[in-house]
Design a protein. Structure first.
Length: 199
């Protein structure tokens, strides 16, 4: 009987050590991100704004990021090359990822916090977020984020009617609060963002 109790205690102790180790790793990672992320950042690579005619934000947002990486990319051409579109012409995040990977790019689909998103932007390449067009709308949208500060995020918007700023690096400014509401896109697609890089 004592032997059984001893084995149970060892198992509980081992599980406790594992939980503590995972917690320490998680906290260390988040502390690293907190310390290494600047309070404000703006990507200043040479680029231009291009406006989509209908539901082509998947192509336009991807083209914007690719241009910032030095690639010659056109939003409409890229969109037209995507073969696995939905019936209404929109593109699911997983299908966009697969398409960009087949074109030879390094692509990651992530879920994260605002701090993790800002950390990714501060690496110098625009990050595409999957959001609602605006806080009150149910339509989804791909939007490249090019900068941030303590109060706002700055985007390269491809929907001309959603632009609200005139700056050479961004054409839409979104408050943190509005962005958090826009980023709320459902249980399985909440806080999604896409990173694209050259292989």
């Amino acid at each position: 009987m004592k032997k059984k109790i001893g084995v149970k205690k060892k198992i509980v102790l081992l599980l406790l050590i594992i939980v503590v180790a995972v917690l320490v790793i998680f906290l260390s990672f988040n502390l690293y991100i907190l310390v290494s992320t600047p309070k404000q950042y703006m990507i200043e690579s040479e680029n231009y704004f291009d406006y989509q005619p209908h539901y082509e934000c998947s192509g336009y947002s991807s083209a914007y990021v690719l241009r910032s990486l030095g690639e010659n990319a056109d939003g409409l051409e890229l969109y037209n090359d995507i073969t696995n579109k939905n019936n209404d012409g929109t593109v699911a995040p997983e299908n966009l990822i697969e398409f960009l990977k087949t074109k030879g790019y390094s692509v990651n689909l992530c879920n994260g916090t605002m701090l993790q998103l800002k950390n990714e932007i501060s690496k110098g390449t625009p990050v595409i977020v999957f959001v609602r067009v605006s806080p009150g709308e149910n339509y989804y949208h791909y939007l490249p984020i090019v900068g941030y500060d303590e109060n706002n995020l700055y985007a390269a918007e491809s929907l001309q009617y959603m632009t609200n700023a005139e700056n050479e690096h961004y054409n839409r400014m979104i408050s943190n609060r509005d962005f958090e509401n826009m980023w709320e896109t459902g249980i399985f697609r909440k806080n999604m963002y896409i990173t694209i890089g050259l292989k």
